[in-house]
Design a protein around this ligand. Structure first.
Ligand SMILES: NC(=O)c1ccc[n+]([C@@H]2O[C@H](COP(=O)([O-])OP(=O)(O)OC[C@H]3O[C@@H](n4cnc5c(N)ncnc54)[C@H](OP(=O)(O)O)[C@@H]3O)[C@@H](O)[C@H]2O)c1
Length: 329
């Protein structure tokens, strides 16, 4: 029987999701990888327990997460939650729909009311929950009127199946459009979920981060470690059991130019007294628009290491300049 760490709230930093009353931990755990049926259940459970013991109260899922079949991550997380009785009100659980999930026109990649409504009911069943804390539209759909997508999310809240809503993979212009509709509907739209890391700064160039700050919406960042590239684990080849072993797209980014950037970033991290993943997470968290970073992990020790980024969240102007010069070289 799991007994949570009594000191779990002592060291974590909690920040408001935009101007909402909801506070999220600076680090959250994402269950995209390593939580499907192909994984080891004991390791998954240990990762969730380690995270919660360190004050990570926010767990990020989606209908399609999990291998070998989509939805298996929600099933496994539901099973883990059943072993954590009495803790539901200490947890923030999110899910999403938008990418293809089931055959036919109502479960393929879209943003219709039909899909978003049915998918949330399916997710709740897999999770064994009455409601999720945040329900996201996972990716902008140019073929569905935004009013329809917004109304479907709004309706999830009014049906009591979600407390808040968010959007993911929406650019600044798309976000501005749907935010205007949510304002009219008085929908609790509190989070945007884009990718963002030292090597991917599109939210800065697109202006999404500024827009979210102006609108009072928080940002939950995905892939803050560029799927592991920014951890330094690939500096001497691709280790056994690492993500790049199974994801060709990730492995193909590891050319000599990338490796020399990563080595230079590692040197800066060391000078700051941090490991590479810690510096990469601190760098994302330095952006005032960011509420939380969604970290992925394949073992509990990675979570414990990454949480220590909180020990050094500030950067000198010289460090930031040096980092920019390395990344833009
Ligand atoms: N909305 C969206 O479209 C979307 C898309 C992608 C992700 N997400 C969300 O974002 C979450 C995080 O994405 P991500 O998993 O790609 O994030 P990430 O934090 O960029 O990468 C996580 C991976 O980095 C490696 N790692 C982490 N800490 C490490 C450490 N201390 N030392 C060595 N290696 C370390 C692990 O890879 P190994 O497996 O190699 O050990 C881990 O699986 C997802 O779970 C999901 O919730 C959302």
């Amino acid at each position: 029987m799991y007994t949570p760490n009594e000191k779990r709230y002592d060291a974590m930093l909690y920040r408001h999701a935009g101007v909402s009353g909801l506070r999220l931990p600076a680090l959250s755990l994402g269950l995209w990888q390593n939580f499907g049926r192909t994984g080891n259940f004991e390791t998954m459970e240990a990762m969730v327990h380690t995270a919660f013991d360190l004050g990570i109260t926010h767990f990020d899922l989606a209908n399609n997460y999990g291998d070998p079949y989509p939805g298996s991550a929600e099933e496994n997380f539901g099973r883990i939650l059943r072993g954590m009785p009495g803790l539901r009100d200490e947890l923030c659980v999110t899910t999403k729909a938008g990418y293809g999930m089931w055959p036919g026109p109502y479960g393929d990649r879209n943003g219709s009311r039909k899909y978003l409504t049915a998918s949330l009911d399916q997710s709740l069943k897999r999770l064994g929950l009455d409601y999720v804390d945040i329900y996201y539209h996972h990716i902008f759909d140019p073929n569905t009127p935004l009013e329809e997508t917004a109304l479907a999310l709004d309706n999830a809240v009014r049906r009591g199946k979600a407390l808040y809503v968010g959007v993911s993979n929406y650019n600044a212009a798309q976000t501005a459009q749907i935010a205007a509709i949510f304002r009219e509907l008085h929908t609790p739209f509190i989070l945007n979920q884009p990718s963002y890391n030292l090597l991917d700064r599109h939210i800065e160039t697109d202006g999404l981060d500024k827009l979210c700050l102006e609108n009072g919406t928080g940002i939950a960042v995905f892939c803050p470690l560029a799927q592991g590239l920014l951890t330094g684990k690939y500096l001497n080849g691709i280790p056994d059991g690492s993500r790049a072993q199974t994801r060709q797209g990730l492995a193909s980014r590891l050319d000599e130019k990338m490796l020399s950037k990563l080595r230079a970033l590692r040197d800066i991290a060391e000078a700051r007294g941090q490991t590479m993943p810690q510096m990469a997470l601190s760098w994302v968290l330095r952006n005032p628009a960011v509420t939380t970073v969604l970290i992925g992990a394949s073992r509990p020790a990675q979570i414990a290491e990454n949480v220590k980024c909180l020990d050094n969240l500030s950067f000198s102007p010289q460090e930031l300049e040096r980092i920019d010069a390395i990344v833009n070289a």
